[in-house]
Every structure is written in C-alpha cells, then in structure tokens.
Design a protein around this ligand. Sequence first.
Ligand code: ZN
Length: 258
Amino acid sequence: MPQLIDAHIHLDQYSEPARQQMLAGLERAGVGALVAMSTDLASARRTLELAREDRRILPAAGFHPEQPLPGEAEVAALLQLIDDERESITAIGEVGLPWYLQLEDPSLDSAQYEALLERFIRKAAATGLPIVLHAVYDDAETVCDLLEEHGVTRAHFHWFKGSDAVLDRMLSNGYAVSVTPEVVYRPKIRDIARRVPLSQLMVETDGPWPFEGPFAGRMTEPAMLHASIAAIAELKQLPVEKVYRELLETTKGFYEIE
Ligand SMILES: [Zn+2]
C-alpha cells in the first residue's frame, strides 16, 4: 500500500472507540502520520496527550476561529503551552479568521479575531513552528498581509477555497495548501488542486468533518485520502506513484517529519 500522511485532522473530536479503530487500521491503510489539530486549550492538552501515546500523531496547538473568542487567561495559557511543549509540538493550529461565524453574525468584532490571530503568528515567528490556517475566501488576503508583515513563510492553508489571485499570492510566498476529499467531487476544489504544484500540495481529511459524493454517510478517516490522491493524479495527468511520492515529500518537508 503506498504511503500517505493526513496533513489535517481533529483526532480529539472522534469518539474513543472510533479513534482506537482508526489508529489500529492506519498501518494497513498506508497512513504513516497524522497532523492533529486542536481547537482550544483543552483540545490542545488532549491532543498532546494522544500524541504521547502514539508517535504517529503529530500534535498542533491553537484556537479555532469559528467560535466565540477565548478569555485572556485561555489565550495566555495556550501561548505558554506552545512555549513549554515547543519540542513536542509539530505546529501552531488551527488558527485563522471566522468566515462562517461572521456570515451568521455580521456584527462580529473581526478586529479582535485578527488581533488573536496576530498573536499566534508572532508565536510562529518566535518559535519557528509552522502555522496552520483556517482562512477561507477573502479572509486569506488579510492572513497573507499578517504573515508577510511578520515574515512567516511556513504557513499551511487548509481547505482553502478563495480566488485564483490570492492563491497565486500564497503560492509565490511559498505557502502550502491542502485539499480535502472534496477534490474527488467538487469542481472548485478540483480547480485548486490543478493550480497548486505538488511541491506545495498536501492532502487532509479535516476529520471528523463528513463528506458528500462517494463518501456520503461514511465516517471520515485518513484511508479516504487514497481516493483524493487518485483524483489529483488524474487532474494533473501524472502517474499516481509520482503523486504519492511528491505529496509525501512535500508534507514531510513542510512539517519536518522523519
Ligand atoms: Zn480543521
């Protein structure tokens, strides 16, 4: 079975039996590692705990932007946790801007979310850790401004779905982009996969987020990424072995995975 890495999953959000079953099947499924996101302080602590039990789990610490802002004590504790666990943490994430929350509530104070994101970007610059971004559509412009301002280049935009113009800016800055299993069936994501060179492309499930098309009704798991890779090979008209090899190389290089 050719090898792959799931570059973005929320492992702490699965039920214990589902997670156990998934981890037990990883080797058989050719999945060598999982970059495990967190969504707040408790999630970051839990994800670090999971990583201590299984070396294939590469933990990230962050605060997901699609929720009410945390209090200052939680932010301070998260930033402290990143410093304290610098050697155990693979990345800062998931962080970013609240696109969907803002759609629901246009009165949302976006400046405060930007200020929080800027603190994580500063932490990425100070620690040298890569940063994993939730920045869909036009929000990616604002995030690029902040990354450029702080000189951060190890940036991974997960599930990006913005314009070609901002995608070109991200690519010329050397950022990485990942696509979800939507690359199998959603035209917008297929266009993005076509435009991103394999040297900057990764695959992710964002599990347990559920997918549609051929994945409807199935629990999201890293083994689904074989279908993503087959779709990418077809879109780029490249041999699938080459796509496996280069995606793995890109992901290992970006996250410094041995
Ligand atoms: Zn996510």
